[in-house]
Design a protein around this ligand. Structure first.
Ligand SMILES: [Cu+2]
Length: 188
């Protein structure tokens, strides 16, 4: 009788040990699973920058900050949430970049067309001996403003407005707009 009891106790203890080991192995497996899934940065590193050193574009076609938050076009230029203006070498401008020359009293081309909400990478090159200040007139695009030095190419990536329409841009250096430095971004 007591021998049977002892056997039962031994079996129970053995079962408990087995359960403990299985649970322990399982919890280790869970932890390593979590670790292999955890780096959200894996998707962040898949984000692509059209402009070298510029804001990246995520899988949802949103232009994002270094922290992964969508950039905002209606904030102060150069603020942390604003698209970043970057100097780009001519050779590093990819096919995807909209290229506009500014200088000699005009933008060339003076208009370009983008899809509503789509990511846009826009580059301005100063082709005369002057500094130009690219500015969009609509307050909703206040963040899309930057200066371009003589001979320089400067660019930024941003999401086009979601509302179709014509959005005027001009050079904000006093007198330049009046001489013809004015253009249009058409959103369809
Ligand atoms: Cu100008």
């Amino acid at each position: 009788m007591s021998k049977n009891k002892l056997t039962i106790v031994i079996i129970l203890v053995a079962l408990l040990v087995i359960i403990a080991i299985v649970w322990w192995r399982w919890s280790i497996a869970q932890k390593s699973n979590i670790q292999s899934v955890a780096p959200i940065n894996t998707s962040a590193s898949a984000d692509k920058a059209v402009l070298p050193g510029g804001n990246k574009i995520n899988a949802e076609n949103k232009v994002v900050t270094a922290e992964g938050a969508p950039v905002k076009s209606d904030v102060m230029p150069n603020s942390p949430e604003a698209p970043k203006a970057v100097v780009v070498e001519p050779k590093k401008l990819s096919e995807a970049v909209v290229k506009i020359e500014v200088g000699n009293n005009k933008f060339s081309p003076a208009s370009f067309t983008v899809k509503a909400g789509a990511p846009v990478s826009l580059a301005f090159s100063s082709v005369d001996k002057k500094v130009h200040v690219i500015t969009f007139s609509d307050p909703s695009l206040a963040a899309l403003a930057f200066g371009v030095g003589s001979g320089q190419i400067k660019a930024m990536s941003f999401n086009a407005p979601s509302a179709p329409g014509s959005y005027e841009f001009h050079c904000d250096v006093p007198g330049h707009k009046a001489t013809g430095e004015i253009g249009t971004m058409i959103v369809e």
